[in-house]
Design a protein around this ligand. Structure first.
Ligand SMILES: Nc1nc2c(ncn2[C@@H]2O[C@H](COP(=O)(O)OP(=O)(O)OP(=O)(O)O)[C@@H](O)[C@H]2O)c(=O)[nH]1
Ligand SMILES: [Mg+2]
Length: 209
C-alpha cells in the first residue's frame, strides 16, 4: 500500500470546511424553508444571493427543445434550469439558522416536490408579473399541503407593476398573506423577503397559541 498518498489524502481531508461554512456554535434552532415558483422566476438566483455557504445547485443546460416545450419564457439570457434542487443556508440571528431549498420550476420535475417539502415550515413563492399564470399551480399545491407562504414579486425591469391588492385578487390570495417586492439578485432584498416570511410564521404561531 502506498502510505504516502494515503497520508496526503488524510491531511487534505483534515483541513476541513471553510470558516464561513461552519455553523455558529450559538445556533440553537434550524428551520427548513422552501423557495418555490414557476419556471425561471429567480429561485436559484435567490438561494445563491442570500446563502452564506456556497450554494448547491443542480442546474442543467437547457436544450432548444426544452425551452420550447416547457414555456414561452422569452429570455435569451436564461440558459440553465434546475433539475433537482438548490440548497443554501442563512443565519437570521446568532441562534436561528434557515436551510433553504429551491425547487425546480419546470413541471416535468415537480414529482421531486414531495421530498423537498418534507418538514418545511414555510415557503417563499417568487413571482414574475410578466407571467403570473406560472404561479397558479404552485400556490394551489402549497394550499393543498397546508404550507404557509408569502409572495415575493421578483421585480424584473420590464415587468408590469401591479398594485398589491390587484395581485392579491389575481392570485386569489387570503388577505393576510404578505406580498413583498424583491430583487432576487440582491442579498439584502432576498434576506428581507425571508424575514417577512419568518415574521408571518411567527404571527401564525401566535394566533394558534
Ligand atoms: N433583471 C433581473 N433578472 C433576474 C432576477 N432574478 C433572476 N434573474 C435572471 O432571471 C433568470 C432566471 O433565474 P433563475 O434563478 O435561473 O430562475 P429559476 O426560478 O431558478 O429557474 P428554474 O430553475 O428554471 O425554474 C436568470 O437569467 C437570472 O439572472 C431579478 O431580480 N432581476
Ligand atoms: Mg432554478
Amino acid at each position: 500500500m502506498d502510505f504516502k498518498s494515503s497520508d496526503t489524502l488524510t491531511s487534505g481531508m483534515l483541513s476541513g470546511p471553510r470558516e464561513q461554512d461552519v455553523l455558529p456554535a450559538t445556533a440553537a434552532a434550524a428551520v427548513k424553508i422552501v423557495i418555490v415558483g414557476g419556471f425561471g422566476v429567480g429561485k436559484t438566483t435567490m438561494v445563491g444571493s442570500v446563502s452564506e455557504i456556497r450554494p448547491l445547485t443542480t442546474e442543467e443546460t437547457m436544450t432548444e427543445a426544452g425551452i420550447g416545450v416547457d414555456d414561452d419564457y422569452g429570455s435569451e439570457t436564461k440558459t440553465a434550469t434546475t433539475v433537482a434542487m438548490d440548497f443554501g443556508r442563512i443565519s437570521i440571528s446568532e441562534e436561528l439558522v434557515l436551510y433553504l431549498f429551491g425547487t425546480p420550476g419546470q413541471e416535468r420535475f415537480w414529482f421531486l416536490w414531495n421530498g423537498l417539502f418534507e418538514g418545511a415550515l414555510g415557503a417563499v413563492v417568487l413571482i414574475d408579473t410578466r407571467r403570473l399564470e406560472v404561479s397558479f399551480d404552485v400556490i394551489g399545491r402549497l394550499e393543498e399541503r397546508g404550507v404557509p407562504f408569502i409572495i415575493a414579486v421578483n421585480d424584473f425591469p420590464d415587468a408590469p407593476r401591479h398594485p398589491v391588492e390587484a395581485l392579491r385578487t389575481a392570485l386569489d390570495l387570503e388577505k393576510e398573506v404578505p406580498i413583498v417586492h424583491c430583487d432576487a439578485r440582491r442579498r439584502t432584498s432576498s434576506r428581507d423577503a425571508l424575514l417577512t416570511l419568518m415574521r408571518y410564521l411567527h404571527s401564525l404561531a401566535m394566533a394558534r397559541a
